[in-house]
Design a protein around this ligand. Structure first.
Ligand code: COA
Length: 162
């Protein structure tokens, strides 16, 4: 059930000083498969505009979303994580809204992502933004042995006709 009093949320692009917080949130959100520090560091270097963080009312970073800049009209939501104690406060929704707005402005026509078949919180969130699951169903072992994933797609604008 949503929290009765959602804290005020500020969404902004990451900066280099956020590294410790980013590492903490990633480890809390993905305890079984956190990103190596070096990988996160390079994402900050490469995709600063597309790596958004959400701060609570006290300025503490408690969520992030990493998207890829459009490539031939396609962007990917690469990762989205919210610290466990801050879930159901609308942080993921705020990050998604801001990221999709940015991607649209950058010219993305399609946004894609992979989601675990049993990750109901994430799938429900993506559904609510209009993402559509691949009708072919989960891709077996897509993220490695036993790690099936479903591809979800959101069209931001219709494909251009030649
Ligand atoms: C999935 C996740 C990002 C959602 O973050 P969140 O900040 O709690 O989500 P929000 O509060 O913004 O909720 C937005 C919507 O998502 C859906 N949702 C979120 N948590 C849900 C849950 N536990 N059960 C069902 N729906 C849920 C709802 O549609 C919700 O809208 P509502 O509150 O109006 O009902 C968060 O649970 C998380 O970090 N999980 C671990 C990492 C992860 O799985 N990332 C996604 C990888 S694809």
């Amino acid at each position: 059930m949503p929290a009765p009093h959602a804290p005020s949320v500020r969404v902004r692009p990451v900066d280099g000083h956020d590294m410790p917080d980013l590492v903490r949130v990633d480890r809390e959100a993905f305890p079984d498969d956190p990103m190596p520090y070096s990988v996160l560091r390079q994402f900050v270097d490469m995709f600063a505009e597309n790596l958004l963080v959400a701060e609570d009312g006290d300025g503490r970073v408690c969520a992030y979303l990493l998207a890829t800049p459009p490539n031939r009209g396609e962007s990917w939501i690469f990762s989205l994580g919210v610290a466990p104690g801050m879930r159901r406060h609308g942080l993921a929704r705020a990050l998604m809204r801001a990221s999709l707005e940015n991607l649209r402005a950058e010219g993305a026509a399609t946004v894609l992502l992979w989601v675990e078949p049993n990750n109901k919180p994430a799938a429900t969130l993506y559904d609510s933004f209009g993402f559509v699951s691949d009708p072919r169903g989960p891709r077996r072992d897509h993220f490695g042995p036993g790690a099936d994933r479903i591809r979800m797609t959101l069209r931001l604008r219709p494909p251009t006709t030649p």
